[in-house]
Design a protein. Sequence first.
Lengths: 627, 481
Amino acid sequence: MSLLFLIPLLPLLGFAINGLAYPKLPKQIAGIIGTIPPLVAFALSLQLFLNFDGQAQILPIADWIKVGSLEIPFAFQIDQLSILMLLVITGVGTLIHVYSIGYMSHDAGFGKFFAFLNLFVFFMLILVLGANFTVLFIGWEGVGLCSYLLIGFWNQKNSYGDAARKAFIMNRIGDLGFLVGIFLLIQDFGTTDYQTIFTAIKSGDYTTDLSIIAFCLFIGAMGKSAQIPLFTWLPDAMAGPTPVSALIHAATMVTAGIYMVIRANALFELSPEVLHFVGWIGLATALLGAAIGLFQNDIKKVLAYSTVSQLGYMFMGLGASAYTASFFHVMTHAFFKALLFLGAGSVIHAMSDEQDIRRMGGLKSKMPITFITFMLGTIAIAGIPPFAGFFSKDEILASLYHHDPIMWGLAIVGSALTSFYMFRVFILTFYGEFRGTEKQAHHLHESPITMTLPLIILAVFSVGGGLINLPHFAGGNEFLANWLAPLLPEAGEAGEVNFLSLEGGAPLLAAFLPAFLAIYVFGMQKSVPSEDAEISGIQKVIYHKFYIDELYDMLFVKPIAFLSNFFFQVIDFLVIDLFVEGLGRFVKYASSEFRRAQTGNVGIYLFCMVAAIVVILFVSLKSTILP
Amino acid sequence: MYLLFILLFPLLIGSALLIFKPKNAFAISLAASIIELAATAFVLQEASLSPVSFSAPWVAEAGLSFSLYVDGISGVLIGLCALLVPFIVATTANTDRANNSQFQGLMLAMQTALMGAFLAKDAFLFYFFFEASLLPIYFLAAIYGGENKNAITFKFFVYTLFGSLFFLIALVYVYLLTPGEFHSADIEVLYQTAKGLSADQQGYLFAAFFLAFAIKMPVFPFHTWQPDTYTVAPAQGTMLLSGIMLKMGTYGVIRLVLPMFPLGVATWGLTASILSVIGVIYGSIIAIQQKDAKRLLAYSSFAHVGLMSAGILSGSIEGIQGALYQMLSHGINIIGLFFVIEIIERRTKSREIAQLGGITQFSYPLTVTFVILSLGSVALPLTNGFIGEFLLLKSVFDQNLTLGIIAGITIILGAVYTLRLIQKSMFGNVSRVTADFADLTFAEKAVLIPLSALVILGGIFPSTVLGFSEPAVQQLIQWFK
């Protein structure tokens, strides 16, 4: 336990060394210094996991904010939830660091990249370790900063910088909601400590409407986990280097919103209308993301929309109070989505930075490891048994079936879309004829071991990850559900699933049929998506993401820019300042008028003086003589 | 006696620089400001145990005394002033300004005026320094300023003087009500006296006092002197104005307005808060489209101080503590940011955002420090700005939910204009004027690196300052309740 503080401290140290020594430190050393902290942190987390006795522990680190009766300490909470998050962050994190050694080897900003990655891991660990909402908020905003720094990593390109700013600002919109939630918590409970608050909630010791608090906190989650209406930053975030997309924008940071809701499940359970809202937002996002994913031709964009969509599934699960199922999907998604992104990175690396699947094809034989692992990831995300994604998604679907059949039906549709667009990408990338340039064809190669090893490890987890919560019917013991049980409400999880019923059969059909369809269309018919100019109709609308960015631009960006100029040029200069200057001019005018009284005639001066003395005498005498 | 020393020492050296015009004025000025910092640190050490005071007769016939006082509240402000001046002086290193000794002398004279206002325990003494500070800053801006400096500095001078007039009249009014043959302007006597006034009287007095401080900060709509003055003044003048001088306004509200006129605050406080919050949003929105980087920071400062004002007016301990902490943080961040712009202007001869770009390719240290200072300014957790804004927003929120949420929008808008400034200047392609941008010199690093370190330290260890000021704030709140 005493080494616990090292878990976040090591990545911070790695950040400091690589950040300060950049760009003098040689790449090999920078890569090692960057990779050791998450690796050691993973070992420590594993030890923590193995020795955990089931008892949540609070570790006070230091005082932080202390004003009047308000006390917010730096404190960590070690419990079932934070330990699993530690394992995911440091485990997947380590693999992605290793991968980056190969992927970023030609980049001039190598050391800086590792510094930022380490800083991200630090903040992500703070996020999950915090024992109160304010420390969580440190990590929450900190990962947002790292996301900003890494999306805009290649900072010479203005569009990348714009994407980075967009991510930060959209997250900040959510963060304002979160902050208001924190203020409301302090108003009611006088603290932001999890334990104090949740104990009070469970014993009914509160006065305000909890659903307002839950709603505010969820606004924060919508920003961080890219849900409607705050999701448009995530696809743009693909401007960052691919390992960043894998670690931050798929496996860890974007799941922080789900983590937070699970953490605060006591609060959300007593706000059923908010949970309902969470579920529907998740569903809408899942469908929208999947629909847009159907027509994207940038391999990373497809995965990005897929992430948006999968996050929607997790929120749907939360909406049905299926916390274990959602968290299960957080974990399996971390494996297969990180795998898919890293696989995509491997492809992009081989294709000399080409990301358009219309220029790929036939890479199967050129990069066999990437091919096989990507295939396993695709099968996993499509929900085909017995891969990891099947079990976790199926649990969410099963709980929806009992919760709200309409949601369940729509979720099945989304599931079918997922299977289709993933097989579409997979087939177009690896099968058929190579459609790139001569030069690219010449350069094609399998990636180095630093990149393929993480792929292999993640593929193993994508295949077998379902084991952590394998249901009884499949011979498992529902480890995850039992592990998390002390933190969660009792009801909500679905029971056994019968695969011969509609409930069990529909998800299977939704996984298999679209996959076959995609294989038929893109594999056997060998059709290739049309060029941008040829796209028309509804397909064009979807390809352009329903013009949501343009809508936001029209609704928010342009009006604020207009207001800015209007306030500056009209209100400031013409209204307020004119009044101020006018006052000045009036004084000037008055003085020029009064100046006329000063004629220079001594006689008049003397007369005025005498008159004034008489008046003063009269007034003062009057007050003394006549009290 | 130590208080007398930290008050007069900068003026003494400053006058010597003005009179004798030595060649190495920079070194003398820097040494003096560091000695001042050391002496102030010593005083603060004492004051952390119990308040330190000094008193001598001044105009005994009128009950005025030359009394100085350091408690938790004034301690933060003199700490801020003593801390920032060495940095501000250091930003003039290696600049070959004509008549540098005069420039340095004026800066040090300014420090005495600022220290005086924060140290004064006699309200007229406060008024004296409040006004006296106008002289050195006026000359700094009017002599060394940029385009159109005369008209702009004149407006600044007259505008603030105008506000102080109401303050003076109201102060005299309360002073004449104090008991005793000679009356007294000791602030605690004033607190006691003003307490007896009716709500109506307190309302008028509140308005008169607040007007002076609102102009100084400035609060919407009394701000139109500020962007022009900040833009035209030499960088160091702008740093003195934004880093320290505007805090005389916020300090005045804490020290005089809250404890003297609780009923006035009860009646008019919300109105004043609303004006302050309008300024927060209004200033932030204007900053978004600014073309001149210095003017952008001027509006940003205007937005930040509005939140301090609203927090103070909430009258809560979080509001006042948050404001004190934010005064310190804002001082550190804003002088750092103005210096960054000054560095860019020195090399490129331009402050126009659209003309810049790609500077990070030439100066990694400048980018890193600029980003850290900006993060402090946008109140990212674990930076100094977060502590202040968190407490301030909470206090406004507790006072009025809607107002709190509106004020909270500043965390979004602040990110919008700050990140835009960073991207357009540091990132993107190298422009005509930024080609061959020289990396930071040692002297420039010596300013920016410690300031950046303070941004982070301030975000991690706020309790050193908050704990220092808490007892005095608790005491002050008693007058208010």
